[in-house]
Design a protein around this ligand. Structure first.
Ligand code: PFF
Length: 462
């Protein structure tokens, strides 16, 4: 395969920013705050941090090293690392990327809608009739289709230009902007009256308020947030040069992703704890925190909210875009490596094919959606095409994919093969190869197996 179609990162910074862009997304800004809310903060956050260090970080390094070793996308890389049967694990990942992208794009589209609305509110004043807005916009089928189409086109556009000219360039510009906006929001949130209480709620563990399902949810989310279990980091790892350090890059990606999730949670909780009566309201619909509770608060409670609101929704859109890019790249890279397509054909072809399924997801909130809105495979509350897909990917595909990667790196690849990739004399002092081996061979597979068993027994992580 010509290197031109595949591409490489221009350097360590390019890899770290692109992979961090993949990791930071709706999982950090939308999902983590609401699951932290649902699980009563403190103890959940601590357990989540434990999962990130003991399971997420070792698997992140495993995915990056498997990719770099073969310089192939998920299917080829797993085949080279662990034998022909593991190509099916790679294909499982490509399928997960395909499905996840098809519905993730819909939520990403909502951020475009709220950005547009916020611009209008900033210019001509907040319109309080907006409280039912969320329900109206998701039920508006043409609007949902347009928003998803715009987002898909942007994703395809970036992947079309390739690794260093497309993905890396976008990450290099967008990520610093995203960090800057988040810092502004954090400063504003810390100045609010409820920030002290918010910090206590998030960082003071109260173990009696956490149950077993919460522990498993923390573990499940650590996969989603770090983009693990579906070959995205294997694919990004395949563009790493021999001289770059996987340990340093993996450490930086995981640290940045975790910091951003915590910062987003501090911001949202500060707002919630500052407004009398809001706690109960949020309790009833934690999922909608980002799109239902926050817009009005920006204009009524947050200092400089009129300026910060549009910036905030741009931030969500940018974070989502750097994630959708990585999802499309998993499928595109597979088509380039294994099906020998050119990058242009692969990006456009897979992007268009995925968009067909995005249409299903986009229509699943609207009365016009028919069976797409009403289908019900997994039971109450998981109805509609959108929830059905999310349930399947979050509960089944990512944990099983992550388990297979841990087995490949910990049990099938030789100690020497992984050692060579991780230990090159430049790794930081906090890294111990032996500790990594223990995590990847014992801790990570056991923990992931626990999720899979819990899912079989009926727990829901989506
Ligand atoms: N990590 C992304 C988020 O937190 O929103 C979601 C994601 C992106 C998962 C890319 C998997 C992936 F390959």
């Amino acid at each position: 395969m010509s290197n031109e179609a595949r591409g490489t990162w221009s350097g360590n910074l390019g890899l770290v920013l692109a992979a961090t862009g993949s990791a930071i997304g709706l999982g950090n800004l939308w999902k983590f705050p609401y699951i932290t809310w649902e699980n009563n903060g403190g103890a959940f956050v601590l357990v989540y941090l434990g999962c990130i260090v003991l399971v997420g970080l070792p698997i992140m390094m495993a995915e990056l090293l498997i990719g770099r070793r073969s310089q192939l996308s998920a299917v080829g890389a797993l085949r080279e690392a662990a034998g022909p049967a593991f190509r099916f694990v790679g294909l499982w990942g490509v399928l997960a990327g395909f499905i996840l992208l098809s519905y993730y794009t819909v939520i990403a589209g909502w951020s475009l809608f709220y950005f547009w609305k916020a611009l209008g509110w900033t210019v001509s004043g907040f319109d309080t009739a907006g409280s039912g807005l969320f329900g109206e916009q998701v039920a508006n089928a043409p609007l949902q289709l347009i928003l998803s189409l715009v987002f898909s086109a942007a994703t395809i556009g970036v992947v079309y230009f390739g690794v260093s000219r497309g993905i890396e360039r976008v990450a290099k510009v967008f990520l610093p902007v995203l960090f800057g906006i988040l810092l502004l929001l954090l400063i504003s949130a810390l100045g609010m009256s409820g920030s002290g209480e918010a910090l206590t709620h998030i960082f003071q563990p109260r173990f009696n308020e956490l149950d077993g399902a919460g522990v498993l949810e923390a573990l499940g989310h650590s996969f989603f947030t770090l983009s693990l279990g579906m070959g995205a980091m294997i694919t990004y790892g395949s563009y790493i040069g021999r001289k770059q350090s996987i340990v340093k890059a993996g450490g930086a990606i995981v640290a940045l992703d975790t910091i951003i999730a915590l910062v987003a949670t501090v911001i949202m909780f500060s707002v919630i704890f500052s407004v009398v009566g809001l706690r109960d309201e949020v309790g009833a619909s934690a999922v909608g925190m980002l799109f239902i509770s926050l817009p009005e608060l920006f204009y009524t409670e947050v200092p400089f909210g009129t300026v910060l609101a549009p910036l905030f929704y741009v931030l969500v859109a940018l974070a989502a875009l750097t994630s959708t890019i990585s999802l499309l790249e998993v499928v595109t890279a597979y088509l380039i490596d294994e099906r020998k397509l050119s990058r242009h054909k692969a990006a456009v072809g897979s992007g268009v094919a995925i968009f067909v399924f995005t249409i299903f997801a986009a229509l699943s909130f609207s009365p016009a959606g028919g069976f797409l809105a009403s289908m019900n495979i997994w039971g109450e509350g998981k109805d509609g095409w959108f929830s059905t897909m999310d349930h399947f990917v979050s509960n089944w595909m990512l944990p099983t994919g992550g388990f297979a990667v841990a087995v490949a790196a910990g049990w099938i690849m030789t100690r020497k093969a992984t050692f060579e990739q991780l230990v090159d004399g430049t790794e930081p002092r906090w890294f111990s190869f032996e500790a990594w081996r223990v995590c990847i061979r014992y801790i990570a597979p056991t923990a992931v197996l626990a999720i899979i068993i819990a899912v079989i027994l009926g727990t829901d992580f989506s």
